[in-house]
Ligand binder design. Structure first.
Ligand code: CA
Length: 236
């Protein structure tokens, strides 16, 4: 599940440091040294997140931010050498998801990326269920926190891909769900792992804590999978 991060930055030395750090942390990277080249690429395929320098040679950064948000629904973190608080406010008002002022520690940028992606994934997971939690067979799932709590009270973080999958079952308990349905329903963005079987085994591993959990998600051979217990959704 390597996520692609685009860096739009005209200063080659700054870009090189960020690219190296992101790659060390397992991210795939794309580098653009102008706003127009990024917009062209963005119209074809969107990365999972964009790091955007506000001081680009061709397009004003704030204007570019607006164009990005019109083209694709992706989170944007602004990289800026400007220290004026008004830039920060304008950037965040125009839809930037976070803001880092140069000079920065690249590890700090990675930490911000993780936080923003996690928040973004949770928000896009199920907007209509953001304030609901599901209980099933002693377990509790909180979609807004991507958190699964076992019957013994211990909590596990789910990846957004696992959460999408679990949510598909929790919305349709005691029904057989085909692989195709799960792919469509739980596939999410293309940067997520598309293999349902791999994701199923990860999710099942996380659901193996309770003693009553054996067979909670059953394989129905030739048909798909089924959540065998009842589910109750309630306001968080
Ligand atoms: Ca610049």
């Amino acid at each position: 599940m390597n996520k692609t991060i685009a860096i739009v930055e005209d200063d080659p030395s700054i870009a090189a440091v960020i690219l190296r750090t992101l790659e060390e942390h397992g991210y795939l990277t794309e580098h653009y040294s102008s706003g127009s080249s990024f917009l062209t690429a963005l119209r074809k395929k969107a990365p999972c997140l964009c790091l955007l320098d506000l001081g680009l040679p061709d397009i004003d950064g704030i204007g570019l931010l607006g164009s990005i948000k019109e083209i694709a629904s992706i989170p944007v973190i602004i990289l800026s050498g400007r220290h004026h608080p008004s830039d920060r406010i304008v950037g965040l008002e125009l839809g930037a998801d976070d803001y880092v002022v140069k000079p920065f520690d690249p590890r700090e940028v990675v930490a911000r990326i993780r936080t923003v992606l996690r928040r973004f994934d949770a928000a896009t997971l199920a907007p209509d269920m953001q304030n609901s939690v599901a209980t099933f067979s002693g377990w509790l799932f909180d979609p807004s926190a991507l958190e699964l709590t076992a019957p013994d009270g211990s909590a596990t973080d789910l990846s957004s891909a696992e959460a999408r999958l679990l949510q598909a079952f929790l919305e349709a308990p005691q029904r057989v769900l085909s692989r195709d349905f799960l792919l469509t329903k739980a596939g999410g963005q293309e940067c997520f792992d598309r293999s349902i079987d791999v994701r199923m085994s990860r999710l099942r591993k996380k659901l193996q804590k309770g003693e009553n959990i054996k067979g909670l998600i059953r394989t129905v051979y030739g048909a798909g999978y089924l959540l065998s217990c009842a589910v109750e959704w309630q306001s968080a």
